[in-house]
Structure formats: structure tokens, C-alpha cells
Design a protein around this ligand. Sequence first.
Ligand SMILES: [Cu+2]
Length: 198
Amino acid sequence: MKHTYTLLAAMAIAGAASAQTTYDLTNGGTTFVPDVINMQVGDSIHLAISAPHTCTEVSQATWIANGNTSNGGFNYPSGVHTFALNTAGTYYYVCIPHAGMSMKGVFNVESGVGVPEQEANAVLQLSPNPANTSVHIAGVASGQRIQVREVTGRVVLETILGEDGMVDISSLHTGNYSIVVRDEQGNLMAAERMTIAR
Ligand SMILES: [Cu+2]
């Protein structure tokens, strides 16, 4: 019994240390599917997009403006590509022909220790972050649709941001999430990582 337990524990530790995930990213018409991917450093993207779409990294400012000027980062034409992201941070990308239609998405790449990198983000300011039972969202107008997603991409909470900017997250368990803001048409407006710690 003890032997079995020790073996399982060793396997769990080995798995946690070496686990790498490949996330599929494709397009449905002029939308990236999914348009938010939460991942860890070293995880990969398996990109499969049809012509004439591209997956082109841009600056945050360009992304917000629905522009299509490359920032010199990754820039994949239509087809199938697999690539890893080995530095933590938020990566913004668009489709060059359709950026003006808000065909865009983000990769939220976290460092392997489960603590998000702190970085300036003019789009969404979450406070506190790590959060406990509620989080204050600044940087978007009240009335916007807010989604809270697990690392897997599953939406676990959806609400309309009130005047006070507060979102009740007391029903969610501790862990890493992302907060995603969409407009009335469902277009991705902003995304930021959030940790819940208690
Ligand atoms: Cu496109």
C-alpha cells in the first residue's frame, strides 16, 4: 500500500514538472477559435487557419485599435503551424486582412510557478490581483459583458459590469483565471489574467 502511494506521488510530481500542453487554434469565419488561450510557459499553439487569414502578433495599442501593423513578433500565414511561447506575458495578435473587423485574440502565458507576471496593462486593471471574494475592474465602461474563464477556457462566470466596477467571485475556487470583456456583438475587447487566492 505504502509502495503504491509512493509510486503515484512520484508520478504526479514528474507529471507536474514536465507537463506541456498544445492548444488548438483555428478560425471560424473571421473569428479566432478560441480567441483567448491561457497557457503556461513552454506550452505550444497548434495553429490551423484558412486563407487569407493570418496570425500576426501586434502591440497592445495596435490590438486595441483593431490595427494590423506587426510588432516584429510571430507572423503566421494561412496553413498549419506549431509554435511554443517560452516567455511569460500577454501576447496580442490579429488577422492582417480582418483586424479592422476585430479578428483578433490573445495568448496569456503564465510562468510555470502559477503566479502571473505583473505587467502594466492599460486595458484592464484588476484589483486586488490576486483577488479573494471580489475584484474591481477598471478600464472598461460599466454595462460591458464580463466573462471569467478557467485556464481550460471554460467560462465559469458571466456578468454585466455594474457602475461600481465590482464583480463577485466568491463562488469560484482558488486558482488562475482570465477575465474577458466582450462588446454587445460578442467581439473580444480586452483580457487579463486573474488569480484567486484565499
Ligand atoms: Cu482573417
